[in-house]
Design a protein around this ligand. Structure first.
Ligand code: NAD
Length: 470
C-alpha cells in the first residue's frame, strides 16, 4: 500500500515524516496511506505561511480574487475525482459527495466576490473617524471528518480573500481530499499561502498553541473546541469555533404528518446523520404523533444502506469505528428506554453500517435525547403544549440549529424565535447559504462562518480617528 498524496509545505509537495493508514468505512479496511507530518514539518508550514503573508496581504484584492477563482475552476473541473475520493474516505453516497464538491466551488466563489468595507463612523466638525479591516496573519484551519472539504472552504475562502495565509489540518480519518486540494492549489497559489499537513490527532494542539499562528478556525466537537479555546487563551489568539449540536425539530399540529415525516427524515438521516445541524431529536404534537412515527419508520425501512460508491445507496456507513461504537451503544441504551420502530441493529457485514433507526416513546433524560448522537438514529417524542416543547428543546447545553414545521408561518415563526440557537429553519432543513452567517449559541460555538460576519472573523477592525492639527 503506497501513499500518492503529499503534504503541501511552502509551495512544495513533500512526503510526510511518516505515513498512516486511511480506512474506507464501507469495508473497515485501509485502502491507502496518508503522509504524516511531524512537529518539525508543522513548524515549517507555519514559517512558510508567515513568510508568505506580507506579499499576499499586499496584493490587490482583485488579484487574490482571481486566484480564488482559479482554485474554484480547478476544483470544478475535477469534481468527479474529488467526489469519488470523498466517498472512499468519508463513506457518504457519491451523489452527496458530488453535492459537497459542487458546494465548495460555490463557497469559494461567494468569497471571491466579497470585499471588506471601510466604514466612516463619523465625519463632522473636522473629525473623521474610519474603521477599516486588516488581515490577521497566519490562520490555522482545523476540520472534522463529516464534511472534510466544504468545512475547509468555509474557512479558506474568507481567509484568502482578506489576505491571510493558512495552515490546514484535516481530521486524521479524512485527510485525503484536503491533501488533494493542496496538490491542486500548489499550481495556483504563491508558495506558503496555503499549506496542508496531516496528522494522527497529535498536531492540533501544537498548531493552536503555536506562537506564530494568529487565528484558529476550528470545526469539531465541543470537547475539543474547549481545548482549542484554552490553548488560544495564552496569546489571546483569535478563534472561531463551530462545535456540536443537538438540534430539535418541532412539528406543529397543523401539518400533514406524512409530509412532515419525510422532511424530518431527510434532516435527520442525510450523511448518515453526521451533520452538525442534523435533526437530532424530533418533538411531534400528540394529535399527529402515531401517524408521523409510522411514516418515518416506513421511510427508514425503505433506505438502501450500502457502500456509498454503489449507485442507489441512500445511507452510507458511519465514518469511523469510534463513532460507530458510540452510535451502536446509544441505540442499545435507547432500546431499553423507548420503542425501536425501525432499524436498531448494525448490519452484519464488514464496514461501519448502521441502518436508519427510529425510537419512539423515549424519555427526555435518555442519552439518545440529551447527547449528540451524530449518526443515523432519531428519537421521536410527543408533546401537547407549545410552551412545554419550547422548554424541552431549549433544555440543552447545545444551541446550534433547529427546525419548526408548521402551516401557519406566523405561529411557526413565533416558536422559532423562542429557540435559543444560532439558526432556526422553518419548513426546510440544512438551508446553509454561503452569504448567510452561520453560528452556534451556547456551547455550540463562538464566532460565525459564512456571510459578511464570516468574512470579518479573519480580520482585525482598526479605527483611525483624525482631527485637524491645531
Ligand atoms: P473532533 O473534535 O474530534 O476533531 C476535530 C478536529 O480537531 C480534527 O482535525 C482533530 O484532529 C482536531 N483535534 C483533535 N485534538 C485537538 C486539539 N487538542 N487541538 C486542536 N485540534 C484538535 O471532531 P470530529 O469528531 O472530527 O467531528 C465531529 C464533531 O464536529 C461533532 O461534534 C459535530 O457536531 C462537529 N461539527 C460542527 C460543525 C459546526 O459547524 N458547528 C460542523 C461539522 C461538525
Amino acid at each position: 500500500m503506497s501513499t500518492e498524496l503529499k503534504l503541501l509545505i511552502d509551495g512544495k509537495l513533500v512526503d510526510g515524516a511518516g505515513t498512516f493508514d486511511v480506512v474506507n468505512p464501507a469495508t473497515g479496511q485501509a485502502f491507502t496511506q496518508a503522509p504524516r507530518a511531524d512537529e518539525a514539518q508543522l513548524n515549517q508550514a507555519v514559517a512558510a505561511a508567515r513568510a508568505a503573508f506580507p506579499a499576499w496581504s499586499a496584493l490587490d484584492v482583485e488579484e487574490r480574487a482571481a486566484k480564488i477563482e482559479a482554485l474554484a475552476a480547478a476544483l470544478e473541473s475535477r469534481t468527479a475525482e474529488f467526489a469519488s475520493l470523498l466517498t472512499q474516505e468519508q463513506g457518504k453516497p457519491l451523489d452527496q459527495a458530488t453535492y459537497e464538491v459542487i458546494g465548495c466551488t460555490k463557497i469559494l466563489r461567494a468569497f471571491r466576490d466579497r470585499r471588506l468595507e471601510t466604514k466612516v463612523l463619523r465625519d463632522e466638525n473636522g473629525n473623521k473617524i474610519i474603521e477599516h479591516r486588516t488581515p490577521l496573519g497566519v490562520c490555522g484551519l482545523i476540520t472534522p471528518w463529516n464534511f472534510p472539504l466544504i468545512l475547509l472552504m468555509n474557512k479558506l475562502g474568507p481567509a484568502l480573500i482578506t489576505g491571510n495565509t493558512v495552515v490546514v489540518k484535516p481530521a486524521p480519518t479524512t485527510p485525503l481530499t484536503s491533501l488533494l486540494f493542496g496538490q491542486l492549489a500548489a499550481d495556483i497559489l504563491p508558495a506558503g499561502v496555503l499549506n496542508v499537513i496531516a496528522d494522527q490527532n497529535d498536531l492540533g494542539g501544537v498548531l493552536t498553541s503555536h506562537p506564530d499562528v494568529d487565528k484558529i478556525a476550528f470545526t469539531g466537537s465541543t470537547g475539543t473546541g474547549k481545548k482549542v479555546m484554552a490553548s488560544a487563551a495564552a496569546l489571546v489568539k483569535r478563534v472561531t469555533l463551530e462545535l456540536g449540536g443537538n438540534d430539535a425539530a418541532i412539528v406543529l399540529d397543523d401539518v400533514d404528518p406524512k409530509a412532515a415525516a419525510a422532511k424530518v427524515y431527510g434532516g435527520a438521516m442525510t450523511n448518515a446523520g453526521q451533520i452538525c445541524v442534523a435533526i437530532k431529536r424530533a418533538y411531534v404534537h400528540s394529535s399527529i404523533y402515531d401517524e408521523f412515527c409510522d411514516e418515518i419508520a416506513n421511510l427508514a425501512n425503505a433506505a438502501i444502506v450500502d457502500d456509498g460508491s454503489k449507485q442507489g445507496t441512500t445511507i452510507g456507513p458511519i465514518q469511523n469505528k469510534m463513532q460507530y461504537d458510540k452510535v451502536v451503544s446509544l441505540i442499545e441504551d435507547a432500546a431499553t428506554r423507548g420503542k425501536v420502530i425501525a432499524g436498531g441493529k448494525p448490519l452484519d457485514r464488514d464496514g461501519y453500517f448502521v441502518p436508519p433507526t427510529i425510537v419512539r416513546d423515549i424519555t427526555d433524560d435518555a442519552p439518545l435525547v440529551r447527547e449528540e448522537q451524530f449518526g443515523p438514529v432519531l428519537p421521536v417524542l410527543s408533546y401537547d403544549d407549545i410552551n412545554d416543547v419550547v422548554n424541552r428543546a431549549n433544555d440543552s447545553e447545545f444551541g446550534l440549529g433547529g427546525t419548526v414545521w408548521g402551516k401557519d408561518l406566523d405561529r411557526a415563526t413565533d416558536v422559532a424565535k423562542r429557540i435559543n440557537t444560532g439558526t432556526v429553519w422553518i419548513n426546510q432543513y440544512l438551508a446553509i447559504d454561503p452569504n448567510i452567517p452561520f453560528r452556534g449559541a451556547k456551547q455550540s460555538g463562538m464566532g460565525a462562518e459564512l456571510g459578511e460576519a464570516g468574512l470579518n472573523e479573519y480580520t482585525q477592525a482598526h479605527v483611525v480617528n483624525a482631527v485637524a492639527f491645531a
